[in-house]
Design a protein around this ligand. Structure first.
Ligand SMILES: *[C@@H]1O[C@H](CO)[C@@H](O)[C@H](O)[C@H]1NC(C)=O
Length: 357
């Protein structure tokens, strides 16, 4: 009978459609990240330092001049940071709110939060030098956040957010620059290799701590070529204007340790996906061939003379500050421009799309 056949065909087609819908739903659910949860230093502080007693704040012009509404939010750049672009890249809000900002409700923080504090490090002593929030304290804030989430969303939804979010650690530069290489506080206690081992150990402890609290997807961007920050070129007495090759080597060595630790924890911790992101190679390439990425200057920062200004020094002489920060890899003598952060974020999001090794 032809009617039976038509019905059978329709039945098959419906079944196929249902199957496709189920597959799509499953795929979408599996890969959907409910929030980006950020720990770190000035490369990830989206405004926390505005609410603590510290001199390290980026809440004045020219910081934030290309942020929505031209607001200086506390981000040490002309606009958004890598964490913000990672959030947007995952289909979440375009900016990650700062945890310590009382203006954000827990409902807003449920789709992304930054605990980062400018001047912080893997080494808690680094944060103490700058009166920043230590990484240990940032993880305490994360615990508090989990509890607030549970009260707001209920246990099951809070557990889902904690288990499926992307955890980003953007930290380590201040340990070397602020605590060892330029200001040698820790040099009195550790040799360079000892300090490297100490920092990698502290990074591992931090990842284990958030894992114990329910985190599974962790991203660890490595250090950038520290010796090529504009300030580092300026104070390079051996070869003024050039990258400090010694400091670059220090960053590469630390990164090797970080990468090995990340893959070890991915194997050791059930369900964990701890992914190292090679920011060094990416930024080294941008700095070597800036024009290939649409930049015109990779040597000086945009603000002031571009040779040494960062923090409050950046606000002193706005007349010298560049017009178009998109042409600069660095916005100040230490921190990337918004457009450089977007390139870093793309690498982090791309790394996130891979299954664990
Ligand atoms: C959430 O996770 C905690 C810790 O793993 C567990 O004790 C609790 O039962 C979970 N809550 C719900 C509602 O699933």
């Amino acid at each position: 009978m032809t009617t039976t056949k038509v019905f059978l065909d329709m039945f098959l087609v419906l079944q196929l459609l249902l199957l496709l819908l189920l597959l799509r739903g499953a795929a979408a659910d599996d890969s959907r990240v409910p929030a980006v949860i950020v720990f770190g230093d000035s490369t990830a502080d989206t405004g926390n330092n505005n609410f603590i007693q510290t001199l390290l704040r980026g809440n004045y012009t020219p910081y934030g001049r290309d942020f929505a509404g031209g607001v200086a939010t506390g981000r040490f750049s002309n606009g958004r940071l890598a964490a913000d672009f990672v959030s947007q890249g995952l289909g979440l809000p375009p900016a990650v709110p700062a945890y310590l900002d009382p203006g954000h409700s827990i409902h807003q923080l449920a789709s992304g939060v930054s605990f980062a504090s400018a001047g912080s490090g893997f080494d808690d002593i680094t944060a103490q030098i700058f009166s920043a929030v230590t990484l240990t304290q940032q993880i305490e804030h994360f615990k508090e956040y989990k509890e607030k989430l549970r009260r707001e969303l209920g246990g099951a939804a809070a557990n889902h957010t904690v288990a499926s979010s992307l955890y980003l650690f953007s930290v380590g530069g201040s340990d070397y620059l602020g605590n060892y290489l330029l200001f040698p506080v820790r040099r009195y206690r550790f040799t360079l290799l000892e300090y490297e081992a100490y920092l990698v150990g502290a990074a591992e402890a931090a990842v284990r701590a958030v894992y114990a609290l329910g985190a599974r997807r962790v991203r660890l961007p490595g250090l950038p070529p520290l010796g090529c920050l504009p300030l580092q070129r300026t104070v390079n007495l051996a070869a003024p204007g050039d990258c400090n090759r010694w400091h670059n080597m220090v960053a590469r060595r630390f990164n090797r340790g970080l990468r090995a630790m990340a893959s070890r924890l991915s194997r050791e911790l059930p369900g964990a996906q701890v992914v190292y992101v090679d920011v060094y190679r990416l930024l080294a390439d941008v700095i070597a061939t800036p024009w290939a990425y649409g930049f015109e200057d990779a040597v000086r920062g945009c603000c002031g003379t571009g040779y040494f200004e960062t923090g409050v020094l950046c606000s002193l002489d706005n007349a010298l500050t560049c017009r178009d920060a998109d042409k600069y890899v660095f916005f100040d003598a230490v921190h990337p421009s918004q457009r450089a952060y977007k390139i870093i974020a793309d690498a982090i999001v791309h790394a996130a799309s891979h299954r664990p090794e």
